[in-house]
Design a binder for this molecule. Sequence first.
Ligand code: SF4
Ligand SMILES: [Zn+2]
Ligand SMILES: [Zn+2]
Length: 297
Amino acid sequence: VCRGPATIKIDRHNAAFCEPHYIEHIHRQIERVIDKYRMFGPDERVLLGVSGGKDSMGAWHALTELGYQVQAVHFNNGFGAFSEESEAVVRNFAEERGSSLRVYRFSDLMGFEFQEAVSRTTTPPCAVCGSFKRYHFNMLAGKLECRVVATGHNLDDETAFLMGNVLHWSTGYLRKTGPVLEPEPGMARKVKPLVRITDQEMLHYVRSCGVAVAESECPHAKKVTSHLYKRALDMLDQEMPGVKTEFYFGCLERMLPVAGPEWEKNRELGYCPVCGYRTMRSDMCSMCLLKSRVRGG
Ligand code: SF4
Ligand SMILES: [Zn+2]
Ligand SMILES: [Zn+2]
């Protein structure tokens, strides 16, 4: 852009940037996605889930710089040193920038420790963690007066999720592919402003901006199959630059409009008789079921 020395090279855009122009480039990518999918405007309060990792911290920094109103929410699952470091990172950021942050502990919201949920049921830790976060983002969106819930899912997360769901033909999840999930009664609107940016690019971004992120890895991360899909997709993208973007946006533009309505028909949705949360199960929602199982011993 400026003919100054480039420090960051992005193969898939066939471009190299100096630091200030790289930051500008990332901001432009985020703005484009927010505008194109009409995610939110500068007058809306956005609930952003912040884990302390590079994606959510980068999103928090970028959205703040771009002038959006962010209400950050952090969940502490009580995973020892990892959780303590993550909480410290988000608290420091909020304090330094004067940003609005709420921190909730798993045990305070659920009435028991995460470990109890895992040892007393057959649900894998990441499934407990995922449904716990989704459930409480929805509940908190209403409570904190945010119409939109944003997450730091990036292009690599999204394509890995898509690949897993295509390999197993999980049409219930495939239906939910995309940067926006429209609201339904009792469910907030979900948006992913980082869908055009890769893991590597987000890492460069937080480093360029001097945003501190949690360095340690979640103790359950090794069991995550999405890592395998990410590796496979990286390999493909190296040989065929741009194939990740084509895979993801091709699904949104060419497959979902055709197959989506069909998958939608098979969807059975109800409301949880205990808490009123929208659920695909025929009885209690997954959080109420988890509570009753743990409490029932
Ligand atoms: S690795 Fe699993 S348990 Fe750890 S934060 Fe991610 S989803 Fe949650
Ligand atoms: Zn430049
Ligand atoms: Zn419920």
